[in-house]
Design a protein around this ligand. Sequence first.
Ligand SMILES: [Zn+2]
Ligand SMILES: [Zn+2]
Length: 221
Amino acid sequence: MICTLCKRPQQYGGLCPTCTTDTLEYLGRLPHLWAELEDWLIPGIRGGAQYGGRVRMAEAPLPLDEEALTLRAAGGIVGVLEDWHDAVRESRGLAVPARAGSLAHRVRAASAGLAGHVHFIVQWEQGAQLAREVRQLVGRVRRVTEPGHELDEPKPPTFLGYCVAVDPSGVVCGSRIYADIRKAVQCEWCLCVYPPDRWLALRHLQPSNQAAADDLQAAAA
Ligand SMILES: [Zn+2]
Ligand SMILES: [Zn+2]
């Protein structure tokens, strides 16, 4: 089985624990991020602090940030979250709540509502798309509030080869092994560890993977 979002191998279907935790974290942050965007709605406010809190009137006001406006509007962050919250509740046979109150309240209600259904979302066939859109919202806010510090999009994992560990009865494990520079690469099934200096050896031990091993060696040379 692979995670429906990051495509890393795992024992069960649906979202992996990492993608689930990330999604919950993003849902928890979105109400704050939505509030932060207010500073980008008012022309001129961004330069305010560095002049002792006063906006220099001689300078032309900064243009309104249209992306901030879009994200803050009813169809932006709040709309995406509410549409998903409605969809989750509908597919669970629950009543869809009325969209009432201030936008700030609605962002909080929809993100908390979605977080409350996380165990359903993990296994839901639309869970990966939901998680992807939540991550994209956080990325879009960051591009406004922290230009140059975009959320690192996780890259698809690089397939290293099949696990070559042999169990006491002589059976080769054969599970798929993926490169990951952030942590020790370990076979999900037999727990055999593949540190980076063994990746090339793993490639060489693949019966059908000689060409890939040559590529890797050429790239490393
Ligand atoms: Zn995942
Ligand atoms: Zn293995």
